[in-house]
Ligand binder design. Structure first.
Ligand code: TXA
Ligand code: MG
Length: 337
């Protein structure tokens, strides 16, 4: 398939392809999405083929304005209005009761639908032009890290979609926070850059202890959490204290002289990391937010450099953006630390 590449000021052109039933990759403030008209069932089915994604994983639907919500959902649970007022447009997905006329392909046969309103100006111009809500998972091939810049989006989807829209590097770099109403409370299904603390300020009485850790129960409600995710080709190994990067520890983690190693860390520990390891590349960042923003693109660079092992500095505390970062890192490391 010929893929048209669009610059940021051609967002309206890219949006018109959606109306014609095509797939288009577009930027958001979180990661790039792989979009189709939510009301075009065939187009939505093609998303799964382009991604190589299991059909049991529901899609998030992206809207341009609040009016579009009425075509998707039957009701707004308590607190929704406040959440929308505080966090839209922005990286928060609300799982809401779905209208029956939205295809089961989009919701993976659940009776709910995940909806969000992106804030990225290029995404907004694109969605305005599409004139319909756009169902879109992240634009990676299934199991790979989500694309967070135009080059990664092209590498994942060139030849598989009608168009790819350039919006530069994504500001957050991690997928949106996903929350769902369980009939009594809001639960975080996937942490993201809208943090638990920010949510608690808006729906304080509802959050309390109700937010469950990633559990089996949750995996059923948010099918995406079951599938492998966010993984580069190299083996990801997490560390919290650079003092632990001793020769013995590296060796027992399977890293020998023949391996190619990269390290991602905060700048505050870079000197110690360099002293202790023979890493080919050390990518260092001022804070966790910057590390999160660059995580997937660094994973991608490590793949290009054929790194066999990627050591990643991981926050101990799980407040703010650190919760989402820990969540993605644990998945990338397959829960081994
Ligand atoms: O930031 C984002 O959310 C990006 C951009 C493109 O918007 N999208 C994204 O989509 O990450 P995707 O498909 O890669 O992840 C969607 C997550 C999955 O874990 C899925 O299971 C969950 O949201 N989800 C979607 N609809 C749901 C629903 N009705 N009930 C429960 N979980 C849902
Ligand atoms: Mg994804």
């Amino acid at each position: 398939m010929d893929t048209q590449l669009f610059s940021a000021h051609e967002a309206a052109l890219a949006g018109s392809l959606i109306r014609e039933g095509h797939l288009v990759v577009f930027p958001t403030e979180t990661v790039y999405g792989l979009g189709a008209d939510v009301f075009n069932e065939d187009a939505c089915k093609h998303i799964f083929t382009a991604k190589g994604r299991p059909q049991d994983n529901p899609l998030i639907t992206h809207i341009h304005d609040r009016e579009q919500l009425h075509a998707l959902v039957t009701a707004l649970p308590p607190g929704s209005q406040d959440l929308i007022r505080c966090f839209w447009p922005g990286p928060l997905t609300l799982v809401l009761p779905k209208r029956p006329d939205v295809s089961a392909v989009v919701s993976a046969s659940l009776d709910t639908i995940g909806v969000r309103m992106p804030s990225h100006p290029v995404a907004r111009a694109f969605l305005r032009s599409a004139g319909t809500p756009v169902a879109a998972p992240s634009a990676n091939r299934s199991g790979k890290p989500s694309p967070t810049n135009f080059a990664m989006a092209c590498e994942a989807m060139n030849g598989r979609v009608a168009g790819i829209l350039d919006g530069g590097a994504c500001e957050s770099g991690l997928e949106s926070t996903v929350i769902a109403w369980d009939g009594k409370r809001w639960n975080i299904l996937r942490p993201g850059s809208v943090t638990r603390e920010q949510l608690a300020e808006v729906i304080e009485d509802l959050l309390e202890d109700s937010i469950l850790p990633q559990s089996d129960k949750l995996a059923v409600r948010s099918p995406g959490t079951r599938h492998p995710h966010y993984k580069p080709r190299g083996k990801v190994i997490l560390f919290t204290d650079p003092a632990d990067l001793t020769d013995d520890n590296l060796l027992s983690a399977g890293i020998g002289a023949e391996n190619i190693m990269a390290v991602l860390c905060l700048s505050s520990v870079e000197a110690e990391v360099r002293r202790r390891t023979k890493a080919r590349q050390v990518y260092s960042y001022a804070d966790w937010k910057a590390l999160a923003r660059n995580l997937y693109s660094d994973f991608h660079r490590c793949d290009i450099e054929e790194c066999t092992h990627i050591l990643v500095h991981t926050p101990i505390e799980s407040t703010g953006i650190a919760e989402a970062l820990q969540n993605r890192l644990k998945k990338a490391a397959e829960y081994t630390i």
